[in-house]
Ligand binder design. Sequence first.
Ligand code: ADP
Length: 312
Amino acid sequence: MQGSSRQPKIAVAGSINMDLVLRCSQFPKPGTTIVAQSYDEISGGKGANQAVSAAKAGAQVSMLGRVGDDAFGGRLAGGLNKHGVDCSHVLATPNCESGLAMIMLDPTGQNSIIFVEGANGQFTPEDAGQMRDVIQSSDAVLLQLEIPLETVLEVIQIATSANVRVILDPAPVPEGLPEELLKVDLICPNEHEAEQITGIAVDSHEQALAAAESLYKKGAKHVAITLGSRGTFLFDHNGGRLIPAFETKVVDTTAAGDAFAGALAVYWTQHDDLDEAVRFGNAAGAIAASRMGAQPSMGTRSEIEGLWKSIK
Ligand code: ADP
């Protein structure tokens, strides 16, 4: 695999949600009704977003997860298919709704969100066990924490026992995060998640180093703390270093972290050079931040390469 540029196989085990976005002049007070100015259905879920990012960055991607048996379930899988993501391991869950986020946005950009876990919460370790073959025949597995933690742990165990690389975006950070979850090949929290896990606020280079070192000591072989417009702080056996962001005109930073993780996974499995993979992920994150939305905002391989090669 090292140095190869063949199309890598990546499995993404995680959440698949429909975001219902309502723009309104103000939030409704209890017992009142207001009229929204607009309504959009946007495919999301950190798992699905990472899958789209990796597929657009050039990998052969299998999505592992659950949707409901409602109308959203078929639409969510159809949307992933359109981006080239294989959904033969996305299970339809009888008598269950798909994961859903009701997002109200006011004119100042403030939001108010109600989240329904739905079928994501029904993705069990037994389901993951049934997907052993696709996990173990992948070059890397991408995980986040919007599905049950015992399922994430099972996927890590299945992948690790076959020497498949595991990349974890530990978001959202749950209360009492089990430390076994951190024993992965690469953990890529953003600065807030890094603080939640380590208790170290990431405001300076020294603090980023301390937080990353703490995650490394807890068992992550490589640590990449994403710092938004500042870039990514990478730490491993070679020590800590900042890999700066690409300058971009920011439109909407939704899913920049998902774009980063998906693209990084593709480059890292193809070339086995993590510093360069982080730079590639930074380019994908910058492109996602420069466009509206989540999955549609992700760059294609040639767009990411264009930006990445512009500063070399
Ligand atoms: P998350 O979406 O998980 O909070 P970040 O906001 O840290 O993650 O973004 C992930 C990566 O995307 C960053 O490390 C950076 O490389 C890139 N990125 C995000 N925001 C910007 C920005 N405003 N300008 C340039 N790059 C950005």
